[in-house]
Design a protein around this ligand. Structure first.
Ligand code: GLN
Length: 249
């Protein structure tokens, strides 16, 4: 089976090795006999909405976000339709902010967003930087830990009733106050966690792959576990750092 990933703006939104998330998805797909076709989507490229099983967008500085925001907002309806149609999405940091309604950056400019996530973001004075540890429950009763690194000026405010990705155990999270991080709408996940995120959180990579397969086949597969010793160690190192120093200016 071939899965198709739409990688939005790889030349603009790719800090903290966010591109590494694609490498993890490709490797874990390959180890399971699946093929992953990655389609870079640059400004001006058409959105092959129905063909894509998983959309991915990384993080970036305010400058890069401003360069792509008009193009992203213009393809917003197609992306929202694709996700409503069952495509999965992973949006990281600056990309996550632009999948909300808007991001008011440090210069006060309001960058338009896709409006897929029920939230908005406003840049603050002090950057929220450091290791983060979350508790997530993407599937009822299946509690998992997510560890990564955050560096953002943006404070993200979820609408009443919106579903966060997780509860902050250590770190700043969406706004440094709510105690929550990220946002989830069906198969779409947004988060501030860099690192890159997926090498140290293999379960989330598998969850995204399973949602992408469900988009293609209509059924969520159950994967055989892989030998994830290295991934588990990387997770533990990151989680330990977060517990000892996360969430401090
Ligand atoms: N430029 C945005 C902010 O500062 C996002 C940063 C990022 O992607 N790390 O909040």
């Amino acid at each position: 089976m071939k899965l198709r990933v739409g990688h939005l703006y790889p030349d603009y939104l790719n800090i903290y090795a966010d591109r590494g998330n694609i490498a993890v998805l490709a490797a874990r797909a390959r180890w399971r006999g699946l093929e992953l076709e990655v389609r870079p989507l640059a400004p001006g490229d058409p959105t092959p909405a129905g063909e894509i099983d998983l959309f991915y967008v990384g993080g970036g500085q305010d400058r890069e976000q401003a360069l792509i925001a008009p193009d992203l907002a213009a393809r917003g309806p197609e992306l929202a339709e694709a996700v409503a149609g069952g495509a999965a999405l992973l949006a990281v940091c600056g990309g996550y902010q632009l999948f909300g309604r808007f991001y008011r950056d440090q210069s006060g400019d309001e960058l338009p967003g896709v409006g897929l996530f029920p939230l908005h973001t406003v840049a603050g004075e002090r950057r929220m930087i450091g290791d983060v540890l979350l508790e997530c429950e993407l599937e009822p009763g299946d509690r998992r830990a997510l560890a990564g690194f955050e560096n953002h000026a943006g404070r993200t405010y979820l609408d009443e009733g919106a579903e966060p990705l997780g509860r902050v155990v250590a770190g700043f999270g969406n706004d440094g106050e709510s105690g929550y991080e990220g946002c989830r709408v069906g198969r779409a996940v947004g988060t501030y966690l860099h690192g890159p995120l997926l090498p140290r959180n293999a379960w989330l990579a598998d969850w995204l792959l399973s949602q992408a397969i469900a988009h293609r086949t209509g059924e969520v597969p159950t994967f055989e576990p892989l030998e994830d010793d290295l991934e588990a160690e990387a997770h533990e190192v990151s989680a330990r750092r977060a517990r000892t120093r996360g969430g401090r200016y």
